[in-house]
Design a protein around this ligand. Sequence first.
Ligand code: ACO
Length: 326
Amino acid sequence: MIRARITGTGSYMPEKILTNFDIEKMVDTSNDWIVARTGIEQRRVAAEGEYTSDMATRAAERALEMAGVTAGEIDLIVLGTITGDYPWPATACIVQKNLGADNAYAYDLSAACSGFVYALSCASDFIQSGRGKKALVLGAETLSRIIDWTDRNTCVLFGDGAGAVVLEATEGDTGLLSSHMHSDGSYLDLLYQPGFGTRHMPSAETLEDRLPYLKMEGNEVFKVAVRSLTSVSLEALEANGMTASDVSLFIPHQANKRILEATAKRVKLTDDQVYINVHKYGNTSGATIPVAMDEANRAGMLKADDIILLSAFGGGFTWGSTLIRW
Ligand code: ACO
């Protein structure tokens, strides 16, 4: 049986660090409030002139280098993002050009914070079907540009960054064991960006009403996020005849430490089974999982035959999980 296996990981975080103390000077908030409610201590912010495609390209280069794969060998590039350089064409096409991945086709995938796991699922299906042998899967975001920096309810939560993995066809028992993806459009207005599409074209009025910026009902999102992350994590384990004790490392979407802790408790995972880096980077939406995976990988935390569980939840709502034998 052909499976998709991750043979390289890479990430890129912009240099500029914005601490909670910096945000204290911008809106009515405090480091203590942010740390207590979210676990976030700082986040990275893209430099002027630095775009999602630039960060994604750097992450991809690092993943390709680790895999020992050249850009020309890649058959497919899928980028999970909601903050591409342009509404279209796809930022994945810019990454393709930057890398010189001339034999690939490339597209963006919009599933908010679930963008990377959705992209991984598509690329895995592509490889399993035999249509191609090597794919590049990315999650990259420049959320700092769609955040309302006058809104304390949201501006403390998010950050910028990019992560990438190289997927290759394998015939062994390792690789992606399963993907479970879900969505429910009835929650649209709990988390969205109202004024950046054709429904509200950019104008002085939409800007006045702050429509181009991310809007969120944090409290409601929190509850559904914990419920969905829990159910989709259990779904992955059950489908593979496993329980929480089989998981070597749980790498969830890094939204908020309280969401992660509540989910881990419900799935019956212990603290040392859960990878958390939200304190350093905040919520980088589609980028959180590949960035965390790359950090864990480079720290030697992902070993042969380890069972790695990825779960994500985001705007849409969308949610999904992937189970991997490393
Ligand atoms: N600093 C100080 N006070 C604040 C801040 C802030 N940055 N933000 C909100 N408050 C105030 C509110 O105005 C409110 O004040 P009030 O009681 O006088 O009205 C009070 O704090 C409590 O607000 P809540 O929204 O009830 O606070 P809560 O404990 O729910 O925490 C938070 C808010 C952190 C946003 C939480 O709801 C959350 O994490 N939600 C999930 C959101 C999320 O992660 N979204 C990311 C996208 S989806 C995903 O990635 C899973």
